[in-house]
Ligand binder design. Structure first.
Ligand code: ADP
Ligand code: MG
Length: 564
């Protein structure tokens, strides 16, 4: 070994390591899933790069993962012939965490192991999970295309620092040796490893091999090359017919593809044939990633062309308001050398995008209908993002609107639980509008004097208290043929909901108050556009209403706060 140096882990890595070792203890076998997932990604990357540079494959073209173990030394070794890493790659990928927002995220950790293990799930565990079972990890790697002498040896005990040194490594790819902790001997065992692979990694598209077990008389010759056998199914999961894939396989595939630690909420797997041919497997995550609102957060699908991995985060296949959807799209129509620039212009992509968008909206509709409890969870995590939909995707706004959930005067808890269809189902005889009130919080709007007349008449009002709501409503003028009406605006025409008696009484009141109105107009001349007798109040003497064409209250406040 030459050029040896010792480097410190980035602070965030140290925190993550500490957290992982202490909070994922009951789920420790997932280290293998993570390492296999990385090896599979490394094979995908090599296959992709070799499209343009076939020489990268050297003479070693059968991509695979090999897992072996040594009971005496208490080690497990995982070897792949994928893309490998250069010295710089190693230092960057196995010494730091590059995700934006990591430091902020880690500040939220409480020290309570149960809570933190959830948070870490949101973050993704990855390579460092090796230290759940190992007290030393050695990585030997060489990047495809570099000379044999440019191999790298990374070694760490998972504490504050790691060593890197240059080595000779004739075979391309990465070998990881886990020195198991005392008490973790169970993992240096063929059956145990095989079972873990079957459980978590059966869907991995390249072969995962274990040494063949020898039984009885045919004692193995220690010096001979071991024989290997493939233990997983080794075919791309999305190419298999739906009926052939179990729910558990779909879940494990999700975790690998989305780099998530938790099960997805639901998924939709479809093969499209005809003018365009492609397969899509789309997932709704159960929880928002920690960086959902970071501009640079990963989004988009994993793109394959005829089974060959092309790119991660292909953003062109779904609109932004569906950026939380994860999954794979495999096209037979695109060229293998398709690039992000080409994706942006290709009309094929436009039609795939609108078809995939429909698929997602249908999947959400189904979830809302069949699993209302789960949909509630979905709404808590992603509702705010979905509210960007009507503005971005005019064509689907009715469909998106049906997926929205609001607080309303119908539900005293203030929870965002009311769908527009529910609201319409409860509309009063003669009501043909959808009434809403926007404000800063449920507590603030629920006692608004604007609601008095509605309460009196028993008419439900949607209470919109998210920052984005007023903006949302400026793109949502109607639903199911009925107009939305802001209850703070102008003279509410609730006429058809009044009885004849009501009307007569109102006219009389108006007459007797003419003098008062005149006096108020004179006094308030400068401050208001108009003074009217209103029938919308029952308890409050007066109310400030907004003109039909004026900006809403929330927008005014936002503009004022930004100094406009
Ligand atoms: P993630 O897989 O979510 O990117 P990981 O912590 O699992 O995060 O891995 C970190 C990075 O280390 C990977 O993105 C990759 O660049 C590199 N890496 C890990 N394992 C391998 C491997 N077997 N071959 C090549 N690169 C690897
Ligand atoms: Mg990983």
């Amino acid at each position: 070994e030459t050029q040896k140096e010792t480097l410190g882990f980035q602070t965030e890595v140290k925190q993550l390591l500490h957290l992982m070792i202490h909070s994922l203890y009951s789920n420790k076998e997932i280290f293998l899933r993570e390492l296999i997932s990385n090896a599979s990604d490394a094979a995908d990357k090599l296959r992709f790069e070799s499209l343009a540079k076939p020489e990268l494959l050297e003479s070693d073209t059968e991509l695979k993962i090999r897992l072996s173990f040594d009971k005496d030394a208490n080690t497990v070794t995982l070897e792949d012939n994928g893309i490998g890493m250069s010295r710089d790659d190693v230092i960057a990928h196995l010494g730091t965490i590059a995700k934006s927002g990591t430091a902020d995220f880690l500040k939220n950790l409480s020290g309570d192991q149960r809570k933190d293990s959830h948070l870490i799930g949101q973050f993704g565990v990855g390579f460092y999970s090796a230290f759940i079972v190992a007290d030393q990890v050695d990585v030997y790697t060489r990047r495809a295309g570099l000379a044999a002498g440019e191999g790298v040896h990374w070694s760490s005990k998972g504490e504050g620092n790691f060593d890197v040194a240059s080595i000779d490594k004739p075979e391309r790819g990465t070998r990881i040796v886990l020195h198991l902790k005392k008490g973790e001997e169970e993992f240096a065992d063929g059956w145990r490893l095989r079972n873990i692979i079957k459980k978590y990694s059966d869907h991995i598209a390249l072969p995962i091999e274990l040494p063949k077990e020898h039984h009885g008389e045919e004692e193995k010759d220690q010096s001979a090359e071991p024989e290997w056998e493939t233990v997983n199914r080794a075919s791309a999961l999305w190419t298999r017919p739906r009926t052939d894939v179990s729910d558990d396989e779909y879940r494990e595939f999700y975790k690998h593809t989305a780099h998530d630690f938790e099960d997805p909420l639901t998924w939709s797997h479809n093969k499209v044939e005809g003018k365009l041919e492609y397969t899509s497997l789309l997932y709704v995550p159960a929880r928002a990633p920690f960086d959902l609102y970071h501009r640079e957060a990963p989004k988009g699908l994993k793109l394959y062309v005829q089974r060959v991995f092309i790119m991660d985060q292909a953003e062109q296949f779904l609109p932004l308001y569906l950026r939380f959807i994860k999954g794979v799209v495999d096209s037979n129509d695109l060229s293998l050398n398709v690039s992000r620039e080409i994706l942006q212009k290709d009309p094929v992509i436009d039609s795939m995008r609108s078809a995939l968008t429909k698929r997602v909206l249908d999947m959400l509709e189904k979830l809302a209908k069949n699993e209302p409890e789960q949909y509630k969870g979905f709404w808590k995590n992603f509702g705010q993002v979905l509210k960007e939909g009507p503005a971005e995707d005019f064509a689907n706004r009715e469909k998106i609107a049906s997926l929205l959930r609001f607080s309303s005067t119908h539900d005293a808890s203030g929870e965002q639980s009311v769908g527009l269809a529910d609201y319409i189902g409860r509309m009063k005889e003669g009501q043909d509008k959808l009434y809403f009130l926007t404000g800063d919080s449920f507590a603030q709007v629920k006692n608004s004097p604007h609601l008095e007349v509605f309460r009196k008449k028993g008419i439900e009002v949607l209470l919109l208290t998210d920052r984005i709501d007023e903006w949302l409503m400026s793109y949502l003028s109607e639903f199911d043929g009925k107009h939305f009406v802001d209850v703070t605006r102008g003279d509410l025409d609730l006429g058809q909901l009044d009885t004849e008696e009501d009307k007569k009484a109102q006219e009389e009141v108006a007459k007797t108050r003419e003098g008062l109105v005149e006096r108020l107009k004179n006094v308030l001349e400068e401050q208001v556009a108009e003074v009217r007798v209103s029938h919308r109040l029952t308890d409050s003497p007066a109310i400030l209403a907004i003109g039909e064409q004026d900006l809403g209250m929330q927008m005014r406040q936002i503009l004022e706060a930004s100094g406009q």
